[in-house]
Write a protein that binds this ligand. Sequence first.
Ligand code: SF4
Ligand code: SF4
Length: 85
Amino acid sequence: MALMITDDCINCDVCEPECPNEAITMGPQIYEIDPHKCTECVGHFDEPQCQQVCPVSCIPFNPAWRESNEQLMLKYEQLQAAAKN
Ligand code: SF4
Ligand code: SF4
């Protein structure tokens, strides 16, 4: 399951540099997470790093993106392979 950023985001800029997959970018109004790049930090860390640092707790799991641990690991491996090209 990818994570998502809600309207409660205060654009504090803290989460963006913490994402190991560069899945977080500034959108038109608030920060956004690309669900194709978010692995819940699987492959990098035990916990979602963005959730750990967000001061207003506005990064829940995205119910539209349900994925198993195996699928998240596969996504991680595909992102790693793409980064090498
Ligand atoms: S959970 Fe991890 S991979 Fe997903 S957006 Fe947050 S920091 Fe990035
Ligand atoms: S850490 Fe939270 S409040 Fe700060 S930019 Fe990221 S989502 Fe928004």
